[in-house]
Design a protein around this ligand. Structure first.
Ligand SMILES: *[C@@H]1O[C@H](CO)[C@@H](O)[C@H](O)[C@H]1NC(C)=O
Ligand SMILES: *[C@@H]1O[C@H](CO)[C@@H](O)[C@H](O)[C@H]1NC(C)=O
Length: 333
């Protein structure tokens, strides 16, 4: 009994995006360690599936959402598999495509926004446990008349919570996580991810580098004598930060959907996944509190990739298994 509880407890803590936790310095030095090519990173394949079939992505908007924020997030998702000027979001996704399963199938290039559900009545309240995400998915697939399909073959469910929703460990340990549903709750096993809007609760933790935590004093200086705080390319630190977290989770859920495919470390209850290895790195030279070489538009907004409709985004780099280092399409080498 105790052991079961223990295992369940641990597994629920799996696969979180631990950004800029209170031990910031550790994190910076960790990011620094992984910036260059490294033989110390033991990323391993554990024989499970990757998301190789075209992904049908379903968004559950939980709570009250600003439609401009929704439009920005949708455009990011459209950008994953649509052409845009180089370096693009789709170019960024090419690194994730380098991960294969034991049949030699790569992660898919196709992510299609296949349905949206608006849970504006906060069906499970404003204080959510991690496990509650699965009940929210169940509600979305069972509602009438506008239910989402329950798609165990190609479905990937994304629960996005608005700024007035508190989530277990949100803003303290995590900004987002991914896992898979249990048949006892949802009826099938299907991968999902959750990301919260941090703009009102903790931008300094979850919207880095568009905000900086207050408690740590001044942000570290950048090479040109300014600070590392960047202006958000889509005008809202919370939503631009959310998109980087979302990119992180999509990379990881695609390469490790059932927590038995690609990760480093011996402990499947606390795996270090392909985006965890590159926390805080957005460009060449990144790490140690410096985001790396990225672009600035005419208004001083920071970005590293282009998307559809002239949008720009700042996405965290991920581990490239061929180059054996963190990589993104804006790399200068
Ligand atoms: C599939 O992955 C392999 C191994 O990383 C890589 O060599 C190949 O280029 C990938 N294919 C695509 C289409 O990305
Ligand atoms: C940081 O300070 C600003 C301005 O004083 C405030 O608006 C913001 O909520 C604070 N952020 C955190 C995470 O405490």
């Amino acid at each position: 009994m105790h052991l079961q509880y223990h295992i369940l407890f641990l597994s629920l803590f799996c696969c979180s995006y631990l950004v800029f936790s209170w031990s910031q310095n550790d994190l910076f030095s960790q990011a620094k360690n992984y910036e260059g090519s490294s033989d110390l990173v033991e990323l391993q394949y554990h024989m499970g599936p990757v998301l190789a079939s075209p992904i049908d992505l379903y968004i559950i908007w939980y709570g009250h959402w600003n439609r401009y924020h929704q439009a920005t997030i949708r455009d990011f998702i459209y950008s994953l598999s649509s052409p845009s000027p180089y370096p693009s979001v789709a170019d960024w996704w090419r690194t994730i495509r380098l991960y294969t399963d034991q049949t030699g199938s790569n992660v898919t290039e196709s992510i299609v926004l296949s349905g949206e559900f608006f849970d504006s009545s906060y069906s499970h309240g404003r204080y959510l446990s991690r496990l509650a995400m699965q009940s929210i998915i169940k509600t979305a697939v069972k509602s009438h008349p506008r239910a989402l399909p329950l798609n165990p073959n190609n479905g990937l469910y994304l629960v996005l919570t608005s700024g007035d929703v508190q989530v277990q460990d949100f803003c303290r340990e995590v900004c987002g996580f991914h896992y898979f549903t249990f048949p006892t709750i949802v009826g099938v096993t299907v991968p999902y991810a959750w990301v919260g809007y941090s703009g009102t609760q903790c931008p300094g933790m979850c919207a880095y580098p568009f905000a900086w935590p207050n408690y740590s004093g001044k942000p570290p200086p950048s090479a040109n004598g300014g600070t590392n705080i960047m202006k958000a390319p889509n005008g809202d630190a919370g939503v631009d930060g959310m998109i980087s977290v979302l990119a992180h989770e999509l990379a990881e859920v695609s390469s490790n959907p059932l927590i038995n495919a690609w990760y480093a470390g011996d402990n499947p209850t606390a795996p270090t996944e392909i985006a965890d290895l590159c926390l805080g790195v957005y460009g060449s030279g990144g790490g140690g509190g410096y985001v790396g070489k990225v672009y600035k538009d005419a208004w001083g907004d920071g970005f590293n990739v282009n998307g559809v409709k002239g949008r720009r985004f700042l996405l965290q780099w991920v581990w490239n298994p061929v180059k054996r280092r963190c990589f993104g399409p804006n790399s200068i080498d």
